[in-house]
Write a protein that binds this ligand. Sequence first.
Ligand code: ZN
Length: 480
Amino acid sequence: MAKSAGSCYLSTCLIAAAAVALALAFNAPLCPAQEMAQGQGPAPRLAADPHADSHIAEAIRQVSADRIRQTIEKLVSFQNRSTISAQDEASIKAGKGIGAAREWIKAEFERYSKECGGCLEVKTDTFTEPPADRIPKPTDITNVYAVLRGTDAQQANRIMLVTGHYDSRNSDPLNGTDPAPGANDDGSGTAVSLECARALSKAASHLKFPATIIFLTVAGEEQGLNGSKHFAQMAKQQGWKIEAVLNNDIVGGDRSAQQDASVVRVFSEGLPAAAPEAEIRRIRMLGGESDSASRELARYIADVGRSYTAGVKPLLIFRLDRFLRGGDHYSFNQQGFAAVRFTEFREDFNHQHQTPRIENGIEYGDLPKFVDFDYVAHVARLNAATLASLASAPAAPATVKMQTKNLENDTTLTWEASTGAAAYEVVWRSTNAADWEYVQTVSSGTRATLKVSKDNVIFGVRAVDAAGHRSLPVVPEPER
Ligand SMILES: [Zn+2]
């Protein structure tokens, strides 16, 4: 499957390259994004060209479907991981309820850390949620996470984060005792976070990540996004520089007949939830409705998907989430962080939020037998490659400006130098294109003039290090 997707991609790429070459050779009219920076610097390249770091490719091969299966089966063994289920000492000892799940996840992170010579800092974030619709009495909620600290003192404050929710529910959101296996929702996302921690901490012995990676598992999702809300607020208050949040929720690849196991949906917000009114006005004036930081992150994941063989391709959905649903990425969006949601292509609602039972010949329940563990491993590889790429890359350029002082058809961009950058790349696309189409390298300096009209395309600037790791792109602000 991965092989055919790869060759399909290659032929598309070759056709596109041939089209550009032909258009240039015959001096045919070009669409706006195909205008070339004639006579200045190297010719633009196709932005869809893949580029991989062999060390990252090797690191993601460590992700194991069998480990993921073990993790999900272990999580299911706690019977009910509802946020309002048991977390007293006796229940933890008996291996029942959310308290036991929490302790097991913590021990698992600690085990990975031991295997990498203490490279992970294992932490908890505990708070008491006051009574609400789905919280009958004050309830302690604990987020469990592991920190792989960046190796570069100047960049260790940059954070990339992967998360899944380890709480589960059955048909009744207030039932904390009857089985609520939550194998897919969200044992799968919890397993992605854990397996990324295991694979990347293992790789960290020979692969240096200048920036920090956090592997998070939250609770309270099913009761009202409580855990992620608390964590995102804490991060905002403490000034954490979280550059990317990858939320994995329902990535089990339910084995229904109509499932498409070759893709995983990546949801991203358009207008930023945290943008104040003045910012929304600015976005409206500039035509920036599809360039939130979350959307740029989604495009980055598409790029990672083309560059590495994860076994699954990201399918970008330009929408915050599915109808009638929500997720932990939104808690981060609300605090102004770039955050996206990964979810399998087609959900089977008989296998989510259902008390296990057979009714009219239909089997209900979120059980391990409906989960495709190979698929979860593919999604984990895509996540791990994204985290490793971002944490290896220089910081995105700051203060990116586009000169709009005079009426002119050329475009001049300027930016501040980024720590760790060896060069920069200007990317652009037609205003009606979903993803970046062209890229031009700027090998020295922090300024570029392109023979492409700013009126017709959307530009971004990204930093590149000596090994070719690319930062997230930054869309320029007009400067008059
Ligand atoms: Zn969920």
